[in-house]
Design a binder for this molecule. Sequence first.
Ligand code: NAD
Length: 381
Amino acid sequence: MPSVNFFGPGVIEKIGDRAKMLNMHKVLVVTQDNLAAIDNGPVKQTLASLEKAGVDYAVFTGVEPNPKIRNIKAGKKMYEEEKCDSIITVGGGSAHDCGKGIGIILTNGDDITKLAGIETLDNPLPPLMAVNTTAGTGSELTRHAVITNEKDHLKFVVVSWRNIPLVSFNDPMLMLDVPQSVTAATGCDAFVQAIEPYVSVDHNPITDSQCKEAIQLIQTALPAAVANGHNVEARTKMVEAEMLAGMAFNNANLGYVHAMAHQLGGQYDAPHGVCCALLLSTVEEYNLIACPERFAELAQIMGYDTTGLTTMQAAQKSIDGMKEMCKAVGIPASIKEIGAKPEDFPLMAENALKDGNAFSNPRKGTKQEIIDLYQKAYDGI
Ligand code: NAD
């Protein structure tokens, strides 16, 4: 976790003073061009606060969704040319991960592909703060940087405590104009990030309570935020939920949904939240036999009455809850709809088993089982 986490309407105004407090003299603001163009949007508000505090900056707008190695290299070049000494990311997971990637190659060597894996970083990143604008990935809090290699379409993760921003800002007022489809996709990502740590082999009582609270918040707040993006209460609850889910998976880790979703995102450049939602019920139904009692608890958390049911029957109810949530916010029924092709499944399955998120999945799968899961998600939920 960052040591300071600002949460609530209006907190963005504090960023200039925090930058000053951290001795940031010239900040590289890492963001996307469409976000930088919004009048009085998240980027403009960040820059206004920095100016008020007398902190200098340069703005890098070259972040692509599912950020690529070429983005982090371009960002590093600008950081050096502009003689920056710190980084502020403004956006969703793509901006945060790109900013982390820039920091990683500034201090840990140019070839980030060699740093894929867990705790691979020897040196600290430059000082980093994160302004979050989607609810969401939790990346503003987490030790994960997810980067896509545009050469082989492989999405990989650098997991290190050194990646964690010093300060995070979650201001729901910056999220009111997030488009409906992005609200649904990012909200489903938060939902998956509350479910996977609950059944992860690394869960603990603290992460359990974070997951429980996050799931219950998302069940009501996500459909409401999708229905009306200007519902401040729903947006605020979604921020709370995504932060809780981020804290949970930062410690309890994730599972095959994320490991497999990274391959879909890398191969077809599809939105991460949609990839996760498309795989959720298929993968968790496969996981049921590994820890049915945990899934039965999930069903109760989701509000199902499980009295009189066997553990397996109760566990199955949680899968109904996952399907219902994804359907309610308009997630498609098959990975076909993001361009998935069965001939790609063997390589994607091989890479999914090597992804940093695979190791905490409750059931240990074979390559053929992962191929079958992709096929099942292709045939339709
Ligand atoms: P994103 O950052 O790609 O943003 C999606 C779209 O929403 C973009 O077009 C963006 O410009 C737009 N947008 C964002 N905020 C907006 C706002 N306030 N108003 C209007 N438009 C806005 O999407 P994301 O789902 O937040 O991030 C996805 C990335 O994060 C993926 O690469 C995924 O793998 C990664 N991820 C990282 C972690 C982590 O812990 N590091 C966890 C999960 C996912």
